[in-house]
Each structure stands twice: as structure tokens, then as C-alpha cells.
Design a protein around this ligand. Structure first.
Ligand code: SF4
Length: 344
């Protein structure tokens, strides 16, 4: 797959309104139970899956969220949708603070925010027909007759490249790609505005991945959707995203437009991700940057810059001072001491 599509990107204008805004978002998991929580200290028991994250998504935009497995991407996506409760911070959807809304207040908003899951095998109930699976969100959110729901399911199945006659089948009667199309139909049946696509192609064969990405791209334009597209694969993100957000150990380390991040990656972590992407053009090939070791445990993250234990450009300051986010150019930011005036 090419790193980016050939046509012009940025399916949004500079004046596009903000649909999702997240400020200082934290999602920590306390692994202690009961009394142990009260009597022991905090350190070593709390997984900081998402820590002080700011992210915004304009209406009509696709923001690509990239990082290694276990860096907190999925937790961030689910917390934004309030499928998991945030530990701290604020989430705004279409200008409304939804951080602490109760279930009743959230219900009308839930249909406007949907998710497409990573695993099309695990996310579909094997004992339900396609009609029941895809129609369920509609039954939860609208008081439609069974006949009206059935007709809507048929329309959606055809829209995602399946046949209306598939409506009575069960998930095991479909291929992996077809199952993901069912998952997409289920997310779209309530006419959402914002969709979190959580690694929607990573469980699929490479030959099928391109078809599903093309489908999501077409649906986005036809239905005027806004995506937060999560992936560990920079080839996929480079193809779909208008803007790219890079995450490492629960924190954002670089953000910029797709071209800013791909043409001029500033954070050493982004540089290493980019160096690992196979290039068809020999002129564009660069030496692969091998990182030291594995992703550290989010329970005991390194001090200072969390990337310092693996960073090929680490300096003395990096092990004890956490870098703030520096502006590299308009709309392009990186959390790295290399961009601090005094260290340049
Ligand atoms: Fe590397 Fe230091 Fe920049 Fe962290 S702050 S990415 S360790 S150079």
C-alpha cells in the first residue's frame, strides 16, 4: 500500500468547526483491589494508559492516531466515546461538555458517536443474524417497526458492499472482510457524525485491507463523516489521515498535518516509525532506525522523557526533565527537548 493517496488531502477547511475536543484527558487503571487501594501508595500499581492528552478533531476531518500496540490508542478512543470513564480531563462533543454526563443524558449523543472495532470475529455475536446485529443500534435508539428496521438494514448492507439477501445469515457464514463490512454497517445504521475506527483493518489480509480502507474513505465523503482512525501501521494512517497524532506510552509526542508529519517527522519516535515503512521508490528509502528494547511498562514509565530509554538522540536532560510540547511550525508540534531553543 502506498504511504499516501495521490489526490489532494485535507477534506476540511481551516474554518471547519471543531467536533471533538479533548483537554488534559487521563485514563488510569488502578490494579489494586479493595483495602489494598486504601493502605498502599500509588506508585507501581497504576497504569497510566492515557495521560494528559489534548486532541481535537474538526468536522469532516480524519485524524490518524498512530503508535505501537499497548501505547494507549484504543483506550483513548474508547474514553473519548465515554465507553470508559475518564480519570481526569474534559471531553467536548459538538461544543458540549460530555465528560460527566450520566447515561440518560448521554443516550441521544451515543447515536452521533460510534465505533468500528478491530476484530470482526470477536465483535459480532455468533448467535445473532446479520439483521439482529446491524439492527440492534437502531432498536436501541429509535422506536422503529421490525419491518422498517429490516429495510434499513438491507439498505446499509448494500451500501457497505454486501447483499440485502445476506440479512438472515450468521457471522460464521462470512469472510473476515465481509464481517468487517457488517461491523461498519452496524456503526453507520444510526447515522453517526463521528466514528472511531479502532484498527479496523489490522486483523484482515493485506489484499482485503485496501478494499475496507477504500470503503471507509468513500463512506466518509458520501455521509460527511468525521473519523478518529486508530492504527499501528503508518502506511494505513498515511493513506487515510488529514492530520496525524503520534502517541507513545499514553502521551502525545507529535501532531501535524499528514504532509508535515510524513515529510518532516520531528520527534525521534516518529522518525523511527517512518523509517520502518517499506518504500517502493529506491530514492525515498532510508536506513531503518532500530529502537533499543521494548515498549516500557506503562506502570513504571521512564522518568523525564518517556522515550529516553529507547531514543537514539537522547541527551543528558532527557532522563530527568519531561519535555513540554514545542511548536515546530504552524500546526506542527513535538514533545522533545531537541526543539527547545537552548538545546538546539
Ligand atoms: Fe529523545 Fe530527548 Fe527528544 Fe525524548 S526529549 S525524544 S529522549 S531527544
Amino acid at each position: 500500500m502506498h504511504l499516501r493517496r495521490g489526490r489532494a488531502v485535507n477534506g476540511y477547511s481551516a474554518s471547519s468547526e471543531m467536533l471533538v475536543e479533548v483537554r488534559g484527558l487521563r485514563k488510569h487503571f488502578d490494579l489494586r483491589k479493595g483495602l489494598a487501594r486504601l493502605v498502599s501508595g500509588q506508585e507501581g500499581h497504576v497504569v497510566k494508559a492515557v495521560h494528559d492528552v489534548d486532541i481535537s478533531v474538526r468536522r469532516g476531518e480524519t485524524v490518524g492516531l498512530i503508535g505501537e500496540s499497548g501505547c494507549g490508542k484504543t483506550t483513548l478512543g474508547r474514553t473519548i466515546l465515554r465507553l470508559q470513564e475518564p480519570t481526569a480531563g474534559s471531553i467536548f462533543f459538538d461544543g458540549q461538555d460530555i465528560t460527566r454526563l450520566n447515561d440518560a443524558a448521554l443516550k441521544p449523543l451515543r447515536r452521533r458517536m460510534q465505533i468500528i472495532f478491530q476484530d470482526p470475529y470477536a465483535s459480532l455475536n455468533p448467535r445473532r443474524t446479520v439483521e439482529e446485529i446491524v439492527g440492534l443500534p437502531l432498536r436501541l435508539h429509535e422506536n422503529r417497526s421490525s419491518e422498517a428496521t429490516r429495510e434499513r438494514v438491507k439498505v446499509l448492507l448494500e451500501r457497505v458492499g454486501l447483499r440485502a439477501s445476506h440479512i438472515g445469515r450468521y457471522p460464521h457464514q462470512f469472510s473476515g472482510g465481509q464481517r468487517q463490512r457488517i461491523g461498519i454497517a452496524r456503526a453507520l445504521i444510526v447515522n453517526p457524525e463521528f466514528v472511531v475506527c479502532d484498527e479496523p483493518v489490522s486483523a484482515l489480509d493485506v489484499s482485503i485491507q485496501a478494499q475496507i480502507i477504500e470503503l471507509l474513505d468513500n463512506l466518509k465523503r458520501e455521509l460527511e463523516l468525521t473519523y478518529l482512525f486508530i492504527s499501528h501501521d503508518l502506511s494505513v494512517i498515511g493513506y487515510v489521515a488529514d492530520r496525524i497524532v503520534v502517541m507513545y506510552l499514553g502521551e502525545i509526542v507529535e501532531t501535524g498535518t499528514r504532509d508535515q508529519v510524513l515529510d518532516n517527522p520531528c520527534h525521534p519516535y516518529t522518525q523511527s516509525l517512518l523509517s520502518a515503512v517499506p518504500q517502493l521508490d529506491p530514492q525515498s528509502r532510508q536506513a531503518r532506525i532500530q529502537l533499543k528494547g521494548d515498549l516500557p511498562s506503562p506502570m513504571r514509565p521512564p522518568s523525564g522523557c518517556k522515550f529516553h530509554s529507547r531514543c537514539p538522540k537522547a541527551m543528558k536532560i532527557c532522563s530527568h526533565v519531561k519535555p513540554r510540547i514545542y511548536s515546530v511550525s504552524a500546526g506542527h508540534q513535538a514533545a522533545c527537548h531537541l526543539y527547545e531553543e537552548s538545546t538546539r
